[in-house]
Design a protein. Structure first.
Length: 227
């Protein structure tokens, strides 16, 4: 690790070299829950990984001290190593993310957005190349329907509790959250799993029958003590 690189930055860089499947397998191996399904990639072509900046939305009136539209505070506090994660589980048909927010995130260099709720203006996000993963799409505005209840507070995505400073990796296979306290163990385990699968891929390409490569040991591969 470079003297100029923080441990958090190193974890993000290593996480970017993995995929959601390897990380999910590592979480299984360690007995952790972090996989959230049903959040397909709606825009952007790349996998994203980074530290979590949370946004929680709800109904009612915004906090008295709030003078900004929802999501703006998160964008202003985020950067290239961050993923903005939005909870919008009100049941109200209303976008929890939109085109101007996507533009603002792109300008800031934010890694991407994960939204447990509807996202709108998705064509704009596609134009910007901003990776967005969301529960659904809509054309309905948030204005007059939902408000921000807080930035960088605990949220719940799917059935997973997510906290500011946690880590997330998202690609077309799924979205996986990793608690900050577990990130080192999860990454180390995922790297071992990924290396094993790379070795297996080379064996298949070398002509070894796939039934041999994926023999009885494959079912126990998540036990990293086996070889």
């Amino acid at each position: 690790m470079s003297l100029n690189t923080s441990p958090e930055r190193e974890y993000v860089e290593r996480l970017r070299q993995l995929d959601s499947c390897a990380v999910s397998d590592a979480m299984d191996r360690l007995g952790c829950i972090g996989l959230v399904g049903g959040l397909p990639q709606r825009s952007g072509k790349r996998r994203i990984a980074g530290r979590v900046v949370t946004v929680k939305l709800g109904t009612g009136l915004p906090p008295a001290e709030s003078a900004k539209h929802l999501g703006c505070t998160a964008i202003e506090s985020a950067g290239p190593d961050d993923v903005i994660v939005v909870e919008q589980k009100t049941g109200v048909e209303a976008g929890c993310w939109g085109g101007l927010l996507s533009l603002g995130a792109m300008v800031r260099g934010v890694a991407g957005v994960v939204a447990d709720g509807p996202v709108r203006d998705i064509d704009e996000a596609i134009t910007y190349g901003l990776p967005i993963f969301s529960r659904s799409l809509t054309a309905a505005t948030a204005r007059g329907r939902v408000v921000e209840q807080g930035t960088n507070i605990p949220i719940r995505i799917g059935q997973v509790d997510v906290y500011p400073g946690d880590y997330v990796i998202a690609d077309r296979s799924g979205v996986v959250f990793v608690a900050a306290s577990m990130i080192q163990r999860v990454i180390e385990t995922a790297e071992i799993i990924a290396d094993k699968e790379f070795t297996m891929s080379k064996a298949i390409l070398a002509g070894i029958p796939i039934g041999h490569v994926m023999g009885g040991d494959y079912e126990h591969m998540l036990d990293i003590r086996n070889g």
